[in-house]
Design a protein around this ligand. Structure first.
Ligand code: CP
Ligand code: NVA
Length: 308
């Protein structure tokens, strides 16, 4: 049994196996109706709980559809409707849920909730986003980059804007998959040094460059995310917008990257804020493939967790 808690907590060779498995599963069901089951049904007779303490469109839908395609069943639970949201401990919830279901995916606020769930669950636990990281997203992003441009190792990825949870998982992936990452954003929103340090310790270059036009020079991939994450206080909205506006990804900025540079965004996007519609809907953007690949990457993650 494997938990999938973070990219830096999973061995490099295992991450590569997951990406390869996702590619193979995607190819195998090319052109099939969405509800058609896969040729193999590795999750047959398995029940998967999907717990959400924050909103979700992609994570919720892609996990649910992915389990069904592999022959399993899901229950989608809202944290606020569970006793979890009314004082029952995470540990007790984990012990009880493990008696009913074969795997738990949880989207939560504090990382400690995920960690406690994994410690006390006797079934695999998957991180569906915390305030600090979003590993399933970045597995989909690596898959997306590689299906468009080949191996991501040795490439230059530029993160523009807030050094948030998605940026953190990109830094983990830089270390594990061997690509360089340049962060460009305001100093107040730098990624935590722990994430930067992890990537650097794996031997890849992590650069902090305040000037976005310099940062994107020679980029193979430009990535951004919302200026206000679900865990950020709305009261900080104006201040964050003012700090982040110079880091908007627009056509002028993309022109400084390599001509064939890709653009990614985990979505949901706020058009004309962190990115213009011109870039989102432009020729370098692979955001819809990226969203689709959540499905394929997570199917591979779930199989890996269950050894199925
Ligand atoms: N990218 C992502 O995780 O989207 P949702 O919040 O819609 O799940
Ligand atoms: N950084 C965003 C990602 C949403 C998928 C958030 O945490 O709200």
């Amino acid at each position: 049994m494997n938990h999938f808690l973070d990219i830096h907590k999973t061995d490099k060779d295992q991450l590569r196996l997951i990406i390869d498995s996702a590619k193979a599963m995607k190819t195998a069901r090319d052109g099939q109706p969405k509800a058609a089951t896969d040729h193999d049904l590795p999750l047959k007779d398995r029940m998967v709980a999907l717990i959400f303490e924050k909103p979700s469109t992609r994570t919720r839908t892609s996990f649910d559809v992915g389990v069904r395609q592999m022959g399993g069943q899901t229950m989608v639970l809202s944290g606020s409707d569970m006793q979890l949201g009314h004082g029952e401990t995470i540990a007790d919830t984990a012990r009880v849920m493990s008696r009913y279901v074969d795997m738990i995916m949880i989207r939560t606020f504090d990382e400690s909730v995920l960690e406690e769930m994994a410690e006390y669950a006797t079934v695999p636990v998957i991180n569906g986003l915390t305030d600090r990281t979003h590993p399933c997203q970045i597995m989909a992003d690596v898959l997306t980059y590689e299906e468009h441009r080949g191996p991501i190792a040795g490439k230059k990825v530029v993160w523009c804007g807030d050094g948030n949870n998605v940026c953190a998982s990109f830094l983990h992936a830089a270390g594990q998959f061997g690509f360089d990452l340049t962060f460009t954003g305001p100093v107040q929103l730098d990624p935590e040094m722990e994430f930067v340090g992890f990537a650097r310790n794996q031997g890849v270059a992590v650069t902090i460059e305040r000037d976005p036009t310099k940062a994107v020079e020679g980029a193979d991939l430009v990535v951004t995310d919302t200026w206000i994450s679900m865990h950020d206080a709305q009261s900080a909205r104006e201040r964050r917008h003012n700090m982040l506006r110079p880091y908007q990804v627009n056509a002028r900025l993309m022109e400084r990257a390599k001509p064939d540079a890709l653009f990614m965004h985990c979505l949901p996007a706020h058009r004309e804020e962190e990115v213009t519609s011109e870039v989102m809907d432009g020729p370098n953007s692979v955001i819809w493939d990226e969203a689709e690949n959540r499905l394929h990457a997570q199917k591979a993650i779930m199989r890996w967790c269950l050894g199925a």
